[in-house]
Write a protein that binds this ligand. Structure first.
Ligand SMILES: [Zn+2]
Length: 301
């Protein structure tokens, strides 16, 4: 079977065009996957809204209710950095469920890809940096309640530190958080992951690929995971306005190939999420986010 792909048409919804957050990228990515023949009715899966119990075992119930009802304070909304709307609420409560579904499919098939997810700056009771709910922490906690899943590794190579994930899972012994990120970048107050690797500004492909390789091996050795959640953020790209690293698209391609091949070789199931990526050329951005799905198909066919 082709690599299972999780997507929902409500992930993108009418949104201010010029906003720094490219909300239309999810729909464009799905279109691009269809055009490549990677997403068809046979391997496409749609999540339902996230179960309340999944949300409240990771996030503060009062925060969830206030966000849903548009009752966040002005300061909280500024920190979230997204304009509130019904469409935003709908997509926010769908996407974590999509990451859970992707992980379940990965357990069955060895690999599955989510065309969203990786909202790693969301904390227990506040949103930050475009992230409202932390799909990675939510999914890790759901997985760890399942029989047979004792250890989950979150391998996060988005250019920004997975601070929310680190904080939310700090007291979860079954979850191992690993973040490879640019040191002098958002969030400026870092949290402590189980394994953090901070990179200097301007790093280039060769050095970066060696660090990702070594860090993955170290994380696998320490975590001994039953499943990996892979946040394949593309904001490491040299042209990304929020990046500060100098990684080419070829470098991103090699990174994803390297990570997925290693996990396949070891027989560890992997669920991918797209993570961050910013570009005024929204089509180029959608194609960049598609790289991880292309490499998943290449490695797992
Ligand atoms: Zn990012």
């Amino acid at each position: 079977m082709a690599v299972p792909i999780v997507y929902h048409p409500d992930y993108s919804f009418p949104f201010p065009d010029k906003h720094r957050f490219p909300m239309e990228k999810f729909g464009l990515l799905a279109d691009h996957m269809r055009a490549l023949g990677l997403l068809t009715p046979r391997n496409g899966f749609r999540p339902g809204p996230c179960r309340q119990a999944w949300l409240t075992q990771t996030h503060c119930p009062d925060y969830l209710a206030r966000f849903a009802a548009n009752r966040l304070s002005a300061t909280e909304t500024r920190q979230m950095n997204l304009p509130w709307s019904e469409g935003l609420v709908r997509r926010t409560f769908l996407a974590p469920s999509g990451t859970v579904l992707t992980a379940q499919l990965a357990l069955q098939h060895g690999i599955a890809c989510h065309l969203a997810g990786g909202t790693h700056h969301a904390h227990f009771d506040y949103a930050a940096g475009f992230c409202i709910l932390n799909d990675l922490a939510i999914t890790a906690k759901v997985l760890l309640k399942q029989p047979g899943i004792k250890r989950v590794l979150i391998f996060d190579v988005d250019v920004h530190q997975g601070d929310g994930t680190a904080a939310l899972l700090a007291n979860e012994p079954g979850a191992f958080t690993c973040s490879v990120h640019c040191e002098r970048n958002f969030p400026f107050e870092k949290q402590v992951s189980d394994l953090d690797v901070a990179l200097p500004d301007g790093m280039v492909d060769e050095d970066y690929l060696a660090v990702v390789h070594d860090t993955l091996n170290k994380a696998l050795m320490l975590a001994k995971p039953d499943i990996v959640l892979y946040d394949a953020g593309v904001d490491v790209f040299e042209g990304d306005p929020l990046g500060r690293l100098n990684i080419s698209e070829t470098g991103i391609r090699e990174r994803d190939y390297q990570v997925l091949s290693e996990l396949r070789r070891r027989g560890i199931p992997v669920a991918t999420v797209i993570g961050g990526g910013y570009d005024d050329d929204r089509m180029a951005l959608a194609r960049r986010h598609g790289i991880v799905v292309e490499q998943a198909s290449r490695v797992f066919q």
